[in-house]
Design a protein around this ligand. Structure first.
Ligand code: PGA
Length: 248
């Protein structure tokens, strides 16, 4: 089975010209790794032009954040339908950087539902802010999953990708250990089974948080995840192409 890599560019780069250069390098990296489905998530303002530049089949596009409503009085927001029209087949939902600005698990759940209704694949991000010895991180993740999946019918559970991103790892160089991720992936699938039934067992889980060219492959091989959400390494063309080729 092919693995999935979401290149989450966040609020980078500054100019369209740089975005095109980064995209061209990213596209080369994607062409060389036949076992990876690459999903590029650029800033929304670059999405349409990058989409128009790409004719192949290896790359899909994602929006980084959308409003669940189709249109309306939401100054500064992008609607799910607008993102789709600009070329997004996926959308990142509930990223911790949006949650830190006030996005709730409930609103993430509404976006998941709106994405499914619009034929866009949601990548629901969950993850604790810190690890505690008494296992509170499990209850935090469980609550995010409960709210995130609250409007998902059992028949559509497999259409939601879950991105587990421990907030304490994001932006650094040291990811969580594959072993801890293995436990978390089992916990995530069990939780979804508890919420939605057996179909939850097949949920695809991506890992995000300090994924680099040196830790991606061991994580893929040892943890039971189906891929990654890659932040800062995805905007470094050289590092990202090594990461992609390590995954074959
Ligand atoms: P990072 O970011 O790879 O820079 O840790 C991942 C993310 O926030 O999606």
């Amino acid at each position: 089975m092919k693995s999935i890599v979401v290149a989450n560019w966040k609020m980078n780069p500054v100019t369209m010209r740089e975005a095109k250069q980064l995209f061209d390098a990213t596209r080369k990296a994607a062409g060389a790794s036949k076992n990876v489905i690459l999903i590029v998530a650029p800033p929304t303002i670059f999405l349409r032009e990058l989409r128009a530049r790409y004719k192949g089949k290896h790359i899909a596009f994602a929006a980084q954040n959308v409003n669940a409503e189709g249109s309306g009085a939401y100054t500064g927001d992008t609607s799910i339908l607008q993102a789709k029209e600009a070329g997004a087949e996926y959308v990142i939902v509930g990223h911790s950087e949006q949650r830190a600005k006030g996005e709730t698990s409930e609103s993430a759940g509404n976006v998941v539902a709106a994405a499914l209704a619009s034929g866009v694949t949601p990548v629901l991000c969950v993850g604790e802010r810190e690890r505690s010895h008494n296992g509170e991180h499990y209850s935090a993740v469980k609550e995010q999953l409960r709210a995130g999946f609250s409007h998902v019918e059992p028949g559509k559970v497999a259409k939601v990708l879950v991105g587990y991103e421990p907030v304490w790892a994001i932006g650094g160089e040291k990811s969580m250990s594959p072993r801890d991720m293995h436990e978390m992936a089992i916990f995530i699938r069990k939780t979804i089974v508890g919420l939605k039934g057996e179909t939850g067992m097949n949920t695809k889980v991506l890992y995000g948080g300090a994924t680099t060219e040196s830790n991606a492959l061991p994580m893929l091989q040892e943890s039971g995840v189906q891929g990654f959400i890659v932040g800062h390494v995805s905007i470094n063309a050289e590092r990202f192409s090594i990461l992609m080729s390590s995954l074959g």
